[in-house]
Design a protein around this ligand. Sequence first.
Ligand code: AMP
Ligand code: MG
Length: 522
Amino acid sequence: MGKIQQLKIADTFTKQLPADPVETNHQRQVSEACYSFVNPTPPKNPTLVHVSNEMAKLLEVDSTDSTQFLSLVTGQKNFEGMRPYAMCYGGHQFGNWAGQLGDGRAINIAEVETKAGNWFLQLKGAGRTPYSRGADGLAVLRSSIREYLMSEAMFHLGVPTTRALSLSLTGDEVLRDVLYNGNAAYEKGAVVCRTAPSFVRFGNFEIFAARKDHVNLKRLADYTIQSNYSHLGEPCKAVYLQFFEEVAVRSRKMVVDWQRVGFVHGVMNTDNMSILGLTIDYGPYGWLENYDPGWTPNTTDNQHKRYRFGNQPSVVLWNLTQLANALYPLIEDVPALEKILDNFKVEYQKEYQAMMLAKIGLYDMQLDDANLIQQLTENLRKTETDMTLFFRNLTKFEIDAPLDHIAIIQLDSYCASNEFDNMTFNWKTWLNEYATRLKNDATSIDDRHAKMNAINPKYVLRNYMAHLAIEAADKGDYSVIDELYQLLKQPYAEQRNNEKWFAKRPKWADEKVGCSMLSCSS
Ligand code: AMP
Ligand code: MG
């Protein structure tokens, strides 16, 4: 493992793409540039809370020298060869073009060359940049714990995601109004060092297209293709189209995975869509506990629920349409772009059906299966059944005694009692149909159970769990962070000693802020 001083800095992004010529740190519109050089604000009194040793190893960063490491991951100092910068991007927020956004509280400190390719190190919460738009450029411990734990958990769930190297306290205090009700209070400031093979978003392309800056649009597309999609060959019209198609495929696979595990992003604006199809920007995300396609964890989106669980696939398609518009000047072929977008719908449906079928242990799609899935999700929704528990417990289903499974579903806890008899009937119908369907399937039980347990996670980061880690960390106890970090490294393993986390959200968490609903205040 290399010392920090020996990190191989590969500044392809800054060398190959145009910089903002202004280097002072004041807020402004930045045109004809992909980024602005800006240094992190040195933290007052930084301390390390948690390190992902796995990521350190992958990045070939020595985390054992804690002083040096801490300086690196909190932006206390720039090491040789490092020239930090914030990226310029725009975006559609909640369906409307929002103009220039940019890295308002993220600073890329280095692009490092590793055996696993080039990775960017980015500090989230390291102070103001030219893109901060009046905000402080900082992040609080609570939201940083959530991003740190969740991005690593998603990786271990097999969902494409940006990752996290470390979580640190800055020693600074940060003012936040959690409920947006005029009760602002100081919270502990923190910084996550997050990493990815690219932090380019849909919005990086959109800003150039909106400004009709086709020269830089092409530069950014060429750079992205050569750096991250080099298998497509030298950039040209046909390759730009293939590039768009592959972004569409990757984004589709990402959202199929979200629907598989029950992840709700919460703020799927185009500035939060990665050009690599990675889950990025963990803000007011949440886990579907009671199965409810209409649910969003984000209080800011409470009225229209644009980013609700069931709408995520449509939103990805909507966002891809914005990307198609942005890339149009390079491609100039509307029917070809429309074909890719239309194909998204068809392929998504196929992949979604196959994924849901696999969750219940069936693999060769038959005529009535779409109906079986539809009835199932309808039942889950109506009886407010816990999604993770239901699918994981389905390996306990007895083909010869299907109705015994009612006890496992815990229908008795269903509150709307006037519907109780109806729903019991609906569940009985479904369980009988499922048993019949299984009887006609050739997969052996062992094989089926192994496959089901490999895609139905047992342990997910329910909001209340993150909340417990946050409460303890606020008092200086980081043991819950580590406990959850270790637990979520193996979300599909039985981990018998950790069964306490394989349970419904406790009652106390039902209405508590941060446990079911979250604001954007982070
Ligand atoms: P988000 O919805 O968190 O992805 O953020 C949307 C935009 O607001 C991005 O341009 C962020 O960089 C910016 N932003 C969010 N929080 C802050 C903050 N505390 N300081 C400066 N910019 C911020
Ligand atoms: Mg964002």
